[in-house]
Ligand binder design. Structure first.
Ligand code: FES
Length: 167
């Protein structure tokens, strides 16, 4: 089963094309808001889909957070990514409803097909595989989400067929 969702606009960037102008407004907003480091990093990540090295250095230069502190926070919380995400995000639900419906098989089959582990991106940059705790459609367990589309009532083989159809 497939559920279509409306995708919010997302700006993507690679290591080569980090435009720091995109976060100038965010930096200005956080100039007077010391102690809001997590919110700051969340906003920066929402621009690039990850936390580019040059953006971290820019935050250090403009907001005077030591870069070591920025990386300490960014590596502590799983929500932050230090490398660009793949073109397609493949989220495999590992929540309770999906777990009891064999989400582990779904994850291991997709992982074997893509040749990457949970949290990794394929070498061609096409897919990033990650486990999530609940996609909010437990009645369709086990479920996965690719981009903004959700697929449910899967098994390992069906899940791989879904991934194979993604351009
Ligand atoms: S537990 Fe998987 S969608 Fe809720």
């Amino acid at each position: 089963m497939r559920i279509q969702r409306i995708a919010p606009p997302v700006q993507t960037a690679t290591h080569q094309e980090v435009d720091l102008n995109l976060i100038k407004e965010i930096v200005a907003k956080y100039k007077e808001k010391k102690g809001a480091l997590i919110a700051l990093l969340q906003e920066v990540q929402s621009v690039y889909t990850y936390l580019p090295k040059s953006a971290m250095e820019y935050l250090e230069a403009t907001l005077h957070y030591p870069v070591s502190e920025l990386y300490a926070v960014a590596t502590f919380y799983a929500q932050f990514k230090l490398a660009p995400a793949g073109k397609h995000s493949v989220k495999v639900c590992k929540g309770t409803a999906c777990h009891v419906q064999n989400a582990n098989e779904v994850m291991s089959e997709i992982s074997a097909f893509l040749g990457v582990k949970d949290g990794e991106t394929t070498p061609d940059g096409k897919f990033t595989l990650e486990s999530v705790s609940c996609l909010g459609c437990c009645s369709l367990a086990p479920a996965i989400m690719i981009g903004e589309d959700t697929y449910g009532k899967l098994n390992g083989n069906l899940a791989v067929q879904v991934v194979k159809k993604i351009e």
